[in-house]
Ligand binder design. Structure first.
Ligand SMILES: Nc1nc2c(ncn2[C@@H]2O[C@H](COP(=O)(O)OP(=O)(O)OP(=O)(O)O)[C@@H](O)[C@H]2O)c(=O)[nH]1
Ligand SMILES: [Mg+2]
Length: 307
């Protein structure tokens, strides 16, 4: 058949023999920069980032598409030894994400000690790239010896030093990922950036503000649930969110004197939410107590965690 007789398909529908597509899980200890890397690769803030460990609680999916590829990135909670129900659910999430993945990107902080055996257990013998993040914090001349020492110590397919924060060596990582992904057509439409709903990201933005504004246990005892989202004709959307804490005393801290602290969360969160969804909203926050929810299977399930 001559090319003249080929059906008139748009170029995007033509199957490309070298199109690559697959799942890539970003895993590693808390605070090494997994969410920062997801956002940097996406060129968009999808996953919340704070200076505190255990910020991410469940996987965040980011879809990175190009003409010849679709990389489905899974940002996961930092690997820890779980001490309570919520942390167990978080580690389940890491396990499910790694088993769903075609390739692992195991991240470590280049300014810290070697990677530990417990976190390496999550890699097993799956194909994995080791990313040494935060190289902006170490001397240039120390990078190569560090990479060599990691190469010698572990069986990773490749070791890539980078800075997620400064966007350094992201192109090298992306090329290495693409080389290792299966040849497959795109799983998702090319213009899709995530499969998680807007509500999920909105709840996460509120949680990020709580992580940034409060100290000690309060952020770790907090869950955010979007209870309703009303689109109103000629008016801003009305979004109701519950902030759930474990004890009455935490409720008082969250609300603050005369409600001032809660108002601050609302203002900061609303600004970021509006930027994320691209339209103004009216945000109403309520604080509720659910005793010891982090250890209650019922509560965890109702919040969508798999226990
Ligand atoms: N200097 C420097 N800081 C970084 C870099 N990448 C991330 N950070 C910082 O490290 C801290 C933790 O970053 P996250 O992206 O939240 O880390 P994470 O691995 O997702 O953490 P968890 O969700 O708790 O597991 C934040 O303060 C980031 O700004 C980097 O390349 N260089
Ligand atoms: Mg994170």
């Amino acid at each position: 058949m001559s090319p003249d007789h080929l059906p008139d398909l748009p170029a995007s529908d033509l199957p490309s023999p070298d199109h690559r597509c697959g799942y890539v899980a970003l895993i590693g200890k808390p605070n090494v920069g997994k969410s920062t890397l997801l956002n940097a690769l996406m060129g968009l803030k999808l996953s919340i980032v704070t200076h505190r460990p255990q910020t991410t609680r469940r996987r965040v999916l980011g879809i990175l598409s190009g003409d010849d590829h679709q990389v489905i990135l899974l940002d996961t909670p930092g690997i820890i030894e779980p001490r309570y129900g919520l942390q167990q659910a978080m580690m389940n999430d890491v396990r499910v994400s790694t088993s769903d993945a075609d390739l692992l990107v195991f991240m470590a902080d280049a300014t810290r000690d070697k990677v530990d055996e417990m976190s390496l257990g999550y890699v097993g013998n799956r194909p994995a790239i080791l990313v040494l993040n935060k190289i902006d914090k170490i001397r240039q001349e120390d990078v190569l010896p560090l990479v060599t020492s990691y190469m010698e110590a572990h069986a990773f397919d490749e070791v890539i030093p980078l800075s997620a924060l400064k966007g350094k060596n992201l192109d090298i990582l992306l090329a290495s990922i693409l080389k290792r992904l299966p040849q497959a057509p795109a799983f998702y439409p090319k213009d899709m950036i995530s499969e998680q709903p807007e509500r999920f990201f909105v709840a996460e933005i509120i949680r990020e503000k709580i992580f940034k504004l409060y100290r000690q246990e309060v952020p770790y005892s907090t869950q955010v649930e979007i209870v309703s989202w009303e689109e109103r004709e000629g008016e801003k959307d009305l979004v109701h969110a519950d902030i759930i804490v474990e004890r009455e005393s935490q409720k008082g801290i969250l609300i603050g004197k005369g409600g001032i602290a809660l108002k601050k969360i609302g203002t900061f969160a609303r600004e970021d939410i509006e930027e994320f969804i691209g339209r103004p909203i009216f945000l109403k926050l309520h604080v509720k107590v659910r005793n010891d929810w982090r250890n209650s299977e019922g509560h965890l399930r109702s919040f969508g965690y798999t226990t």
